[in-house]
Design a binder for this molecule. Structure first.
Ligand code: SF4
Length: 128
């Protein structure tokens, strides 16, 4: 008779797993040496542009501060340049909106610059 507790516990475990996977993936990408936070062009991604400095530790819509040492690669989260079923980065709590007028932003948990109408499997609706 403790369904509520079990349910929220499962959700926590799920979220913890996602976080652990994110950290694990970020750790893998740094085994090439002193690559640094934004300069990842030599890794497996190749085409991902590093974020401008103003995004490196910026705060996302949902309040999460970006940690440049703990972001996932775009390929790891199946980042795609178009929305999926009406879901897109500009409506995600991890999104960091454009700060320099170039039309693209960043993400608190995914590397590189992020298109506002893109999508990835870590999407979480922002309800602010
Ligand atoms: S959908 Fe993915 S890439 Fe886009 S803001 Fe959310 S977590 Fe970041």
């Amino acid at each position: 008779m403790s369904d509520d507790g079990t349910s929220s516990r499962r959700r926590f475990i799920h979220l913890a797993g996602v976080t652990a996977a994110t950290v694990g993936l970020a750790g893998c990408s740094s085994n090439g040496g002193d690559g640094g936070d934004g300069d990842t062009t030599g890794g497996t991604q190749g085409t991902v542009e590093p974020v401008p400095d103003q995004y490196a530790t910026a705060t996302a819509l949902g309040g999460n501060e970006r940690d440049p040492d703990a972001v996932s690669s775009q390929s790891a989260v199946a980042y795609q340049p178009e929305p999926k079923s009406g879901q897109q980065c500009s409506g995600c709590l991890y999104y960091i909106p454009d700060k320099n007028g170039d039309g693209v932003g960043a993400c608190a948990i995914v590397e590189g610059t992020i298109e506002p109408n893109a999508y990835c499997v870590s999407y979480a609706p922002y309800q602010g």
